[in-house]
Structure formats: C-alpha cells, structure tokens
Design a protein around this ligand. Structure first.
Ligand SMILES: Nc1ncnc2c1ncn2[C@@H]1O[C@H](COP(=O)(O)OP(=O)(O)OP(=O)(O)O)[C@@H](O)[C@H]1O
Ligand SMILES: [Mg+2]
Length: 349
C-alpha cells in the first residue's frame, strides 16, 4: 500500500524546497472526565511562503487545536502532545525553549481570531494597542509608534485612520474591528498568519470584504496563510489548497479548484452538497446526517463510517490512511489524497 507523503515537495510551494511550516504526524490529546479525547490524531500539512492553505471541517474536528499547537498556546494540561513535529523554517518548534518559541510567536507567526472584541482590550485605544506592537517589539518611541499605527490602519483600509487612531474598540463596527485584528497581526510583518474563522462573526458582505483584504495583504507581503473555516464558500477564491479534517484527522487534501470539481472523499462531497447555491434556489439543502463522534469514543475503522452513505464492512474495521488520489488511468494528481477506502469510486464514479 502506498501512503501519500504530504511532506513531499509536491504538496508544498513549487521550487522553494523547504516549506515555511510543516506539521508532521501531530497528535494532541485532552484528559477529560469522559476519558482521553484524541482531538488531533496524526495530522500532516505544510504551507509555503505566499501560499494559502485552507483547513476545513465541522465543529470539533481539531482545526483550532492544531493551530494552537502550532502557535504554542495549547492549554497544557489538560492538553498533551504525545507525538509529532512542527517545523518552522526547518526547525522543530516542539523542541525549542520557551524563549525561542515566544520570539517566533511574537515576530514570525501571528494569529487572527474570530472574535476581535474579546481579543482587543476594551479600555485601551486601538492606536495604543497597535502602537504597543512597535514600542515593545521594536523599541519605537510613542510618536513613531503612533505614526506606524496610522499607517497600518490605512493599509487595512480603515477610513479616516488618523482621526480614529485614539478611538476604542467598541466604537468600531465588527468588520472594522476585524481589520484592526488583521493590522495587529501584520504589524511585525510575520512570515505566517494563522486565521481561525476570521470572518465567522461578520455578516456576509462584510465577510467577503475582510477575506479579500486578507488575501490581498497575504499576496503583497508574500506570507504563508493558514485559513481555518467551516465554510467552503469562503475559501474558493483565496486558498491554493485545502485540507479537510474530520475527527482529528485529515481526510482529504487537494488543490482548491480540484476539490470543488471532483471531491475524493464522501465527507467532502457531503460538505460541498450542503453549500447553498444561487442557481438552485428553493431546493432543499443537503445535510450530512448524524453528528461528528465523541472524541473519547471514535468509531473503529473510518471515523466517518456511521454517517457515510458509501460505508461497507472494511470501513467499520480498518482505519483508511491518506491514499494518493490519481486519475482513472493512474496519472498523477499532484497534492491530492483521500482517506477513503473507496476513493476511486468517489472521484471516478
Ligand atoms: N482545553 C480543552 N480541554 C478539553 N478538550 C478540548 C480543549 N480544547 C479543545 N478540546 C476538544 O478538542 C476537540 C477539537 O476542538 P477544536 O477547537 O480544534 O475544534 P474545531 O475544529 O476548531 O471546531 P470549531 O469549528 O467549533 O471551532 C473538541 O472536541 C474540543 O472539545
Ligand atoms: Mg475552532
């Protein structure tokens, strides 16, 4: 049996050799009253400079926990990393000292969260909080830091930035606050941004604007971007490749447009079928039946089997590895993998 090696260059950016970030066989467990919850169960993914990886999956699939492990902000305990490596520019961050990690977290990798209001300090002006990045990390004077803050607010297209720099977070709309979060993340020009559901709390039109801005800045600064979302609709235009997670594992990987055209996992197909489409107004939306498993008691075999319309005996007994997905005639499909015993019939019919 061949198992796809996602760490291979074919899945990373072309021609750059080493990816910016590479997660290898990452496992994260939580001790809970119910037992040990395997939240992340052998995840592999990589992202290069200038590349956007979308990580997709229903609530509880392990998207945020993987990101927290990368950032070094996991709650430990109850969390634990029994196995795995997280390489940043070729160095395993899990083997670094706390000090080395903090340096990377402050300067090289930044994170944007869903909820700006709880990430920003309500009693400090936006300009002060942005300026702090420059005062603390770059030793700039108050005046220079303020000038930089205004420049950044301009960069993220906050109207009348100079007039609003002393305003407080609650004086901005949700979309503007999310732009401020993006500005904070950009302040030190990181190599990698991890955006965890950055637009989920916003309404649909504002979502698109904020997502476009993020994509534009990512291209301009040539950063790597990991975009975590449970909304397939938002990633089509901005991501290069997608990793679909289910119950702590990656069940499908593919370049973004290929995934939409030809999913190779029944779970991905279910997610795609549940996106509302303008050309099918009035039709009832498909929903994947059932719920994701309790992570302390994941079903044997493929974790998706109880919900899968295609499940057969082997699916209830054998955990499917991430198989390389090929054309019908065996032709290579770069970067594609599916953890389904029946990937062939799923993609080729
Ligand atoms: N501090 C914690 N203690 C115990 N369990 C945790 C903790 N943090 C996360 N988990 C569990 O890990 C699993 C994965 O959670 P995670 O937050 O990564 O999901 P997610 O894919 O980001 O979902 P969502 O779309 O809801 O954000 C969940 O079952 C969650 O309950
Ligand atoms: Mg999450």
């Amino acid at each position: 049996m061949t198992i796809i090696d996602e760490t291979a260059e074919s899945f990373g950016p072309q021609g750059t050799g080493q990816p910016l970030l590479e997660v290898r066989d990452l496992h994260v467990e939580f001790t809970t009253r119910d037992g040990v919850a395997k939240a992340v169960n052998g995840v592999n993914y990589s992202v290069g400079a200038g590349e956007t990886l979308a990580v997709l999956g229903e609530s509880g699939s392990g998207k945020s926990v993987t990101a927290q492990a990368i950032m070094g902000i996991l709650d430990m305990p109850p969390g634990r990393i029994p196995k795995g490596e997280i390489f940043f520019r070729g160095q395993d961050m899990l083997k670094m000292s706390g000090e080395e990690r903090r340096k990377i977290r402050g300067n090289r990798i930044a994170m944007i969260f869903q909820d700006a209001l709880s990430s920003l300090n309500p009693v400090l002006s936006v300009g002060y909080q942005l300026g702090e990045m420059f005062r603390v990390h770059q030793g700039l004077s108050k005046k220079a830091a303020k000038a930089k803050s205004i420049e950044l607010m301009d960069r993220v297209k906050i109207p009348a930035a100079a007039a609003r720099v002393n305003d407080y977070p609650h004086q901005f709309s949700g979309g503007m606050r999310q732009r401020i979060m993006i500005a904070m993340a950009l302040a030190l020009e990181p190599d990698l941004i991890i955006a965890d559901e950055p637009t989920t709390a916003l309404d649909v039109t504002v979502q698109a604007q904020v997502m476009d801005l993020l994509a534009e800045l990512q291209r301009e600064y040539h950063m790597g971007l990991i975009l975590i979302t449970h909304d397939l609709g938002v990633v089509a235009d901005v991501a290069d490749k997608i990793a679909v997670m289910y119950a702590g594992r990656i069940v499908e990987t593919a370049p973004v447009h290929e995934l939409y055209k030809r999913p190779a996992h029944p779970y991905t197909r279910g997610l795609l079928d549940s996106i509302p489409r303008l050309d099918q107004k009035g039709q009832e939306l498909y929903a994947i039946k059932g719920l994701p498993p309790n992570l302390t008691r994941v079903p044997s075999g493929c974790a998706f089997n109880p919900r899968c319309p295609q499940a057969r005996d082997i699916c209830r007994t054998d955990v499917p590895p991430l198989f390389p997905v090929t054309e019908r005639d065996g032709g290579e499909l770069a970067g594609r993998g599916s953890a389904c015993h029946f990937w062939k019939e799923t993609i080729h019919g």
